[in-house]
Ligand binder design. Structure first.
Ligand code: GLV
Ligand code: MN
Ligand code: MN
Ligand code: MN
Length: 415
C-alpha cells in the first residue's frame, strides 16, 4: 500500500487559527469552556467542516461529537481518532485542537489520495477534556468508556451551582445520559494526535513521539473552614485563619512530591479560592484543588496519602474544620502493541524519526484505552510550553504528525 498523501498545511493552519477565534479572552489567550458561547460556536464551525468533508455527524447527549467516514465494512468496529477543543482559562491554541483538525486533515488527505477505508474511520471531539467547568477532566471520554456513570454525571455542578444536567440541556443536548456509554467493541483501535506539552521532543530534536503509556492522574478538593473576623481587631492568638492553614498544606503538597524519590512525581495546587477574599478580613474559608501525577501508580498513591495526612495534621494543630473529596484517582494507561506497531510502521513509511515516550499530561486516550486498543502520537511544541497563550507548534511539525496519523489510520482501517 504505497499511499501518496498530501497534507494541506495551509488550510489546516487557517482552520486552527479560525477555531482560535472562538474564545472568551483576547488573542493569543484562548479560553473556551464547556457549553459557553465560544464552545458552542466552535462546535458549529467544526460540524460544518466535517459535513463539507462528507463525514456523517452525530452528537451524543453529553455533546461528544462523532464524524464518521464510512468504510466498506461499516458493520465492523471502527478506527477512532480525535481529541478535544475546550481550553482552560488563558490557554493556547494547539492543545487538543491539533488532534481534532489534524484528524480531519488526515481524513481529507486519505480521501484525496483515493484511499477507501475498510473499517469506518471515526473522528471524535470529546466533551470537556479539561476539568475547568465541572472539576473533573476527560468528562466525555470517561462517560463514553463507562468510567463515569450517568448518576455521577447527574451529580456534577459547576462553581456557580449549575448542574451538568441544566447546562447541557440549555446547550441543546437533551437525550438520556444512559445513551452515552459506547457499546463494547465500538472501536477496533483509537489513536490521538496531540502536542507533547513538554520539552522532550524539542530538546532531543526528534519530530515525533509515539506514546507508550499515560501517567496516572489524581485530583483532590480540600475545603478548610476557620473563623473570619476583622483584620484589625481579632488578635493573633485567637485566630483560626483558613488561608494560613492552606498555605501550610500547599507547601506540604510540594514537599511530598519533591520527596517521593522520583523525578516523575508531580503535584500542584492550581486552584485556591478564599472567602471572603478581602484585605481587612481574616480568611474564614478556603477551597483548594490539588493535582497529583506519576507514571508509577503506587508512588502517586503514597503522595496522595501523605497529603491527606498532612491536611489532618495542619487542621488539627490550627483548629480548622476540613473536608477532603477525592475527585479522581485513575490508573495509568498502557498503549496497545498493535496500535504502536501501526504508528511505528507509519513513521517508517513517512521516513520520520520518532521517540517512544510516556505522556505526563492526561488525555482522552487515557479512557479510550479502557475500551479499545489505544496509543498516541505527539508532536513537539516550542519550549515545551502548554496551558499558556504562547503555546506554539510549527506548521511543519503539525503536518508531519498529520501525515503519520493518516498512514496509521489507513493501516488500522485495513486490519
Ligand atoms: C489536561 O489537560 C491535563 O493533562 O491536565
Ligand atoms: Mn490541556
Ligand atoms: Mn489536551
Ligand atoms: Mn490533557
Amino acid at each position: 500500500m504505497a499511499l501518496k498523501l498530501q497534507v494541506n498545511t495551509e488550510r489546516l493552519v487557517r482552520e486552527l487559527e479560525h477555531l482560535a477565534s472562538y474564545s472568551d479572552t483576547p488573542p493569543p489567550a484562548i479560553t473556551r469552556i464547556l457549553f459557553t458561547k465560544p464552545d458552542l460556536e466552535a462546535r458549529a464551525y467544526l460540524k460544518e467542516l466535517f459535513q463539507e468533508a462528507g463525514l456523517k455527524v452525530r452528537e451524543d447527549p453529553l455533546g461528544n461529537l462523532f464524524a464518521r467516514w464510512e468504510g466498506h465494512a461499516p458493520e465492523l468496529p471502527a478506527v477512532g481518532t480525535g481529541s478535544h477543543i475546550d481550553a482552560i482559562p488563558y490557554a493556547g491554541m494547539y492543545d487538543g485542537t491539533v488532534g481534532v483538525l489534524g484528524g480531519l486533515e488526515a481524513i481529507r488527505a486519505l480521501q484525496q489520495a483515493g484511499f477507501k477505508p475498510h473499517r469506518s474511520i471515526e473522528l471524535l471531539v470529546f466533551t470537556a477534556e479539561e476539568p475547568t467547568r465541572f472539576g473533573i477532566g476527560c468528562l466525555g471520554s470517561r462517560a463514553l468508556s463507562g468510567a463515569l456513570s450517568p448518576e455521577a454525571l447527574r451529580a456534577l455542578k459547576d462553581s456557580e451551582g449549575n448542574s451538568l444536567e441544566e447546562v447541557r440541556q440549555k446547550a441543546g443536548y437533551t437525550g438520556p445520559l444512559e445513551e452515552v456509554r459506547l457499546p463494547e467493541n465500538h472501536y477496533a483501535a483509537f489513536v490521538e494526535l496531540h502536542i507533547e506539552q513538554g520539552p522532550v521532543l524539542e530538546q532531543e530534536g526528534v519530530p515525533l513521539g509515539v506514546v507508550t503509556a499515560i501517567a496516572a492522574p489524581a485530583s483532590l478538593r480540600v475545603v478548610l473552614e476557620g473563623e473570619g473576623g476583622h483584620a484589625g481587631t481579632v488578635l493573633m492568638p485567637d485566630r483560626k485563619d483558613a488561608l494560613c492553614a492552606a498555605a501550610e498544606i500547599i507547601l506540604g503538597v510540594e514537599a511530598f512530591a519533591r520527596g517521593s524519590g522520583s523525578i516523575n512525581t508531580v503535584a500542584t495546587t492550581g486552584f485556591c479560592e478564599v472567602h471572603p477574599n478581602a484585605i481587612n478580613s481574616v480568611p474564614s474559608r478556603v477551597r483548594l484543588e490539588i493535582d497529583v501525577r506519576d507514571v508509577e501508580q503506587s508512588r502517586r498513591d503514597q503522595v496522595v496519602r501523605n497529603i491527606l495526612q498532612g491536611v489532618e495534621q495542619v487542621c488539627t494543630r490550627r483548629n480548622i474544620r476540613y473536608s477532603v473529596e477525592i475527585i479522581n484517582m485513575d490508573p495509568p494507561a498502557k498503549s496497545a502493541s498493535e496500535v504502536l506497531r501501526a504508528l511505528v510502521e507509519a513513521c517508517g513509511e513517512a521516513s520520520v524519526r520518532f521517540k517512544l515516550m510516556v505522556s505526563r499530561a492526561y488525555h482522552d486516550a487515557l479512557f479510550m484505552a479502557r475500551i479499545a486498543p489505544t496509543a498516541m502520537l505527539f508532536i513537539p511544541c516550542r519550549g515545551g510550553i502548554s496551558h499558556r497563550p504562547d503555546e506554539y507548534a510549527s506548521p511543519e511539525d503539525i503536518a508531519r504528525g498529520v501525515q503519520v496519523l493518516a498512514l496509521t489510520l489507513a493501516k488500522l482501517s485495513q486490519a
